[in-house]
Every structure is written in structure tokens, then in C-alpha cells.
Design a binder for this molecule. Structure first.
Ligand SMILES: Cc1cc2nc3c(=O)[nH]c(=O)nc-3n(C[C@H](O)[C@H](O)[C@H](O)COP(=O)(O)O)c2cc1C
Length: 394
């Protein structure tokens, strides 16, 4: 093992929980990148609501029960997983660490679960698919039907087992911290912005060295053929809603159903009505998500929205959820309310920032040990046994 790898593993081993990972990420990252990952939109009301909902949900344990080895395994859209936690699609992860999306995919595979690759990833979808392990591909519509069709065809050819259409990004949510940090213009270090960015970048020489050695990756390689003012589209163009970019509409979802040969998942569902609409459009799964509080501020917490969606969908589709999962106990609360599995976005991003792939592996391993310990304390033998009776009635 190389010296760098040994050091990363040592740093990863020090991350005992989500708070440790977030603090380590804050130490590693320039302010602009840290706040891009951590921040929510507008007044961050939904960001806080997500966390509060998990805090307020309380377990109804079955004590005096000895559980030796709780079973965390399940199946998600037919794929067996050892951990009911997927790594969520997150754009910009190569800015966090050069391992980026490859690190997330490797971490998920190591934990025996699925990685959902973002269409705004820092590596091409083909490079990410080359990592062993089950993977889904998340799709934005980007600038045109042609861009979407290109991505769908390539994702199919690359062997992704499911397609995830994110529908909550009609325009990008306004995150004022990104704006103030200059994250809304290119972070490519050139003479024009070097002076502006220097106060953020110079205090983080390790990050800056990695970024320079990685070749200043600020493009979205999946959309290299999309040009804005004659130049390849960069992340910020997409988030500005530039070049007609927006997330898929219902007619796009119907097009995807007709043209994607495999399970289709709609991500960003909050209401039972939209969940039924997704099912009617042919979705095999829905993800109850408010994008981690980064899009429509004022959305309810996903844990609050989940039971109504589960009721509305019945057994017509699988229901997953994300937004605010920080601990194994959060996962168990979501599963008790009917989620088949959950996704985590910031948690693996923090692990990645702290220690590359080793950090991703570590935060997922922490979730697993937290789930095991919590299930033993709850007296719960298997995630398959979870239902609302494991939570205090409210
Ligand atoms: C930095 C960052 C980038 C994201 N990029 C995407 C994306 O490209 N596509 C997408 O569908 N969701 C994206 N999301 C949302 C995540 O997939 C997920 O819904 C959210 O992070 C879950 O909340 P959590 O971070 O509290 O776990 C992003 C989230 C973060 C934090």
C-alpha cells in the first residue's frame, strides 16, 4: 500500500460518525466547495426540516430480545444489496476529491450496494460504469431532447441497470452561499479569477495540489458535446438553467419509459399525487426526495412526506427516500415508514473529501455498524420486519 493510501486509511479510521466526517470535510475543502456540498436553498428551511424530522421520530423498541446478527440485506428493483443505503447522484464530486464519482462507486460496491451515477458527474458515465458493482444512472434533461437521448443511449450501452429521472430541478434552487463564494462562476483557475479565489484556495494547499494534479476538472464530461458560447458546458451553466436546461417533465418521463429498456425511477417526488403520476407514466420506483433541501425551500421533510407516498403507490412501485440521512438510526426510521432503501448524498461526499475512496468506505461502514447496533437495541432481527409499529405513534 502506498504512503498516500496508508495516510488516507488512517484519516478514514478516525471518522467515527457523520459529524466527524463533516468536520474533516470542512478542514479539507476550500470554503466554496464546502458550502456547495453542505448548503441548502433560500432560507435552508427544508434543509433543517429534514434533520428535525429524523430527530423527532422516536423508536418503539421491543426490549429483552436478544438479536445476534441482524439482517440488513434486501432487494432494490430486483438487485440484492447487503446494505439498504445507496450512494445518491451528486454532481461536482471530482471537485471534492480526484477520486470523485469513481470513489463513490467503489465505496458503494465495497459495501455491497448500488451507486447512482450523476449525469453531472466529473467522470464520463462510461468511466464510472467500468467500476465493478451495480449502478444506476441519474438523468437530467440538460439543454435539449438530443442531449437527453444521447445520455440515455450511452447509459444503456454502458450497462447501467436502472435509469433515475430527477424531476425536482425545473431551475436550480438559489443557494446564496454559492453565489457569495463565487461558485456560480467557473472555478477554473485562470488569471482572471485566481486573485478572486486565492483567499479560499490558498489555505487548503493539499486540496489545491490535488486539484491541479487532476487537471482542474470543472466540466461535465457527459455533456462535452454541449457548448455554451462555443465552449464545453461547465457545471455552473447547467445549474443556471442555461441553454434551456431543466429537469425532465412528465412527457420526458413518458419518452424515457418508452425508450429505456430497464427499471425506471423518478427522483424528487414529495406528494402522493405526483407519486401516482409517476406510476402512471411507467415508473418502477419513486424516490421521495427534496434534493437534500437544495431545491424548493419550503418542501416538507421527506420523512414526513414518505408515508403518504407509500400509501398512494401501494405495491405498484418501490419507494425509496433521501434527504437528511446521517445515521443508521435515520435509515431504520425511513425503512419503518415504508422505504425499501434510502440514498445518502452529503455523507459520502464528506467521507470523500476527508480521505478519498477510503473515506466513502468508512462512512458507509459506520452506517452499517450503527444500523446493526440500533437494531440489536430495538430487538429487530431483520430490515424486512420493519413497519410503522417500530416507531412511537404520533
Ligand atoms: C453536492 C450535491 C450535488 C448533488 N447533485 C445532484 C445531481 O447531480 N443529481 C441529482 O439528482 N441530485 C443531486 N443531489 C441531490 C442528491 O442526489 C440527494 O438527493 C441529496 O443529497 C440527499 O440529501 P443528503 O445530502 O442530506 O443525503 C446533489 C446533492 C449534493 C449535496
Amino acid at each position: 500500500m502506498s504512503v498516500v493510501e496508508t495516510a488516507r486509511r488512517r484519516r478514514a479510521a478516525r471518522l467515527l460518525d457523520a459529524a466527524d466526517a463533516q468536520r474533516a470535510a470542512a478542514r479539507a475543502l476550500p470554503r466554496g466547495i464546502r458550502e456547495y456540498v453542505d448548503g441548502g436553498s433560500e432560507g435552508e428551511v427544508t434543509l433543517r426540516r429534514n434533520a428535525r424530522a429524523f430527530e423527532e421520530a422516536a423508536f418503539a423498541p421491543r426490549t429483552a430480545t436478544w438479536v445476534d446478527d441482524p439482517d440488513l440485506s434486501t432487494k432494490v428493483l430486483g438487485i440484492p444489496v447487503d446494505l439498504p443505503v445507496l450512494t445518491a447522484p451528486c454532481g461536482g464530486m471530482r471537485l471534492v476529491h480526484p477520486d470523485g464519482d469513481l470513489g463513490l462507486a467503489r465505496g458503494a460496491a465495497g459495501a455491497g450496494t448500488i451507486h447512482v451515477a450523476s449525469s453531472a458527474a466529473g467522470y464520463t458515465l462510461e468511466d464510472i460504469a467500468a467500476v465493478d458493482g451495480p449502478q444506476w444512472f441519474q438523468l437530467y434533461r440538460f439543454s435539449s431532447q438530443a442531449t437527453m437521448e444521447n445520455l440515455v443511449g450511452r447509459a444503456q450501452a454502458a450497462g447501467y441497470s436502472a435509469l433515475v429521472a430527477t424531476v425536482d430541478t425545473a431551475v436550480a434552487g438559489f443557494r446564496s452561499r454559492d453565489y457569495k463564494n463565487g461558485f456560480s462562476y467557473s472555478m477554473r483557475v485562470n488569471a482572471r479569477n485566481a486573485v478572486k479565489l486565492a483567499p479560499q484556495l490558498l489555505p487548503k494547499p493539499a486540496w489545491l495540489t490535488r486539484y491541479l494534479l487532476d487537471g482542474l476538472p470543472f466540466e461535465i464530461p457527459n455533456t462535452a458535446e454541449v457548448t455554451v458560447d462555443g465552449k464545453p458546458m461547465v457545471l455552473t451553466e447547467m445549474t443556471k438553467g442555461g441553454a434551456g436546461s431543466h429537469s425532465p417533465t412528465w412527457s420526458d418521463v413518458e419518452w424515457l419509459r418508452a425508450n429505456w429498456h430497464g427499471p425506471l425511477v423518478v427522483k424528487g417526488i414529495i406528494t402522493p399525487e405526483d407519486a401516482q403520476r409517476a406510476v402512471a407514466a411507467g415508473a418502477d420506483g419513486v424516490i421521495v426526495s427534496n434534493h437534500g433541501g437544495r431545491q424548493l425551500d419550503g418542501s416538507p421533510a421527506t420523512l414526513t412526506a414518505l408515508p403518504r407516498v407509500v400509501d398512494a403507490v401501494g405495491d405498484q412501485a418501490e419507494v425509496l427516500m433521501d434527504s437528511g440521512i446521517r445515521r443508521g438510526s435515520d435509515v431504520l426510521k425511513a425503512l419503518s415508514l415504508g422505504a425499501r432503501a434510502v440514498l445518502v448524498g452529503r455523507l459520502p461526499a464528506w467521507g470523500l473529501a476527508a480521505a478519498g475512496t477510503a473515506g466513502v468506505e468508512r462512512v458507509l461502514e459506520n452506517l452499517r455498524t450503527e444500523m446493526v447496533r440500533t437494531m440489536r437495541l430495538m430487538g429487530c432481527r431483520s430490515v424486512a420486519d420493519l413497519d410503522p409499529t417500530w416507531l412511537e405513534a404520533r
